[in-house]
Design a binder for this molecule. Structure first.
Ligand SMILES: NC(=O)c1ccc[n+]([C@@H]2O[C@H](COP(=O)([O-])OP(=O)(O)OC[C@H]3O[C@@H](n4cnc5c(N)ncnc54)[C@H](OP(=O)(O)O)[C@@H]3O)[C@@H](O)[C@H]2O)c1
Length: 209
C-alpha cells in the first residue's frame, strides 16, 4: 500500500521504516524533508513536505503533537476517502487548550475530535497506546509473542486494513470496536501504555469490561 507518514519522529519514523521494509511504499513528511533523507534512503522510502505527503498515500499515519492537528487540517485540507490513522495523544502540558478542551468534553473522544477535523477521511485510532521503543525493538514477532496494538474505528473496512498493517510488522491487533472505545486506550485509561503481549492484553480487557 502507499502509506504517508505525517510526523516522522519516534512513532512515525519507526512504523514507517518497518512498513517500508516489508514492501509498502512509504513517504515520510517533515517541515524539513531534507533532514529525513538518510532515514528514508535506508529503507527505500520517499520524503516530502506535509502537503506532498498527504497527497501521496491511500493510508495516512498522523503522528504529530495533538495540539498541532487543527493547524495541520487547515494546511492540508481534505483527506477525502483516505484512511487516516490517528496515533496522537492529547497532553495539556504539551498541547495546551486543544487537548484540555477535548479532555473536559465528555461527549468527545480524543480521536473523535481528530476525525472531526478531517470529515471525509475514514478515521482509525491505532498506535496511540504503545511506547515508541516497543515499536522500535519488538516488531516482527510471531503468535503469542506479539505485543498488542489497540485499534478502533467506525469504519469496519478501514479498520481491517489497519489491522493488516499492524500484522504486517509483527504486532497483534486488539480490536476494541467502534471509535467510542478509544476511551479505553487514551492517556490514563486501563489499556494505555501497558505494552502487553496479546494474551495478557485480552486478559486485562476482560477484567475491565
Ligand atoms: N512517543 C511515544 O511513545 C508515543 C506513543 C504513542 C503515541 N504517541 C503520540 O504520537 C504523536 C507523535 O509522538 P512522537 O513521540 O513520535 O513525537 P516526535 O518524535 O516529537 O515526532 C513528531 C513529529 O511531528 C512533526 N511535527 C511537529 N509539529 C508539526 C506540525 N505543526 N506540522 C507537521 N508536522 C509536525 C515533527 O516533524 P518535523 O519537525 O520534521 O516537521 C516531528 O518529527 C504524539 O501525539 C504522541 O502523543 C507517542
Amino acid at each position: 500500500m502507499k502509506i504517508s507518514i505525517i510526523g516522522s519522529g519516534n512513532i512515525g519514523g519507526n512504523l514507517g521504516k518497518h512498513w517500508a521494509k516489508v514492501g509498502h511504499e512509504v513517504m515520510f513528511s517533515s517541515r524539513h524533508p531534507e533532514e529525513l533523507k538518510s532515514m528514508a534512503d535506508e529503507v527505500g522510502a520517499k520524503t516530502g513536505n506535509v502537503e506532498e505527503t498527504a497527497a501521496f498515500g491511500e493510508v495516512i499515519l498522523l503522528a504529530i503533537p495533538y495540539g498541532k492537528v487543527p493547524d495541520l487540517a487547515q494546511q492540508i485540507g481534505s483527506l477525502d476517502n483516505k484512511i487516516l490513522i490517528d496515533a496522537a495523544n492529547p497532553y495539556p502540558h504539551r498541547d495546551g487548550d486543544v487537548a484540555q478542551k477535548v479532555i473536559d468534553d465528555e461527549s468527545q473522544t480524543a480521536t473523535g475530535y481528530v476525525a472531526s477535523q478531517f470529515p471525509g477521511a475514514k478515521t482509525v485510532k491505532a498506535f496511540n497506546s504503545v511506547f515508541y521503543q516497543v515499536f522500535a525493538e519488538q516488531a516482527f514477532q510471531e503468535g503469542d509473542d506479539r505485543i498488542a496494538v489497540q485499534v478502533c474505528s467506525d469504519d469496519e473496512q478501514a479498520k481491517e486494513t489497519v489491522k493488516q498493517l499492524i500484522e504486517d510488522i509483527g504486532f497483534a491487533p486488539q480490536d476494541l470496536g467502534d471509535l467510542s472505545k478509544g476511551v479505553l486506550f487514551e492517556p490514563n485509561a486501563p489499556l494505555y501504555n501497558k505494552n502487553l503481549k496479546i494474551g495478557e492484553a485480552k486478559k486485562l480487557l476482560s477484567q475491565i469490561q
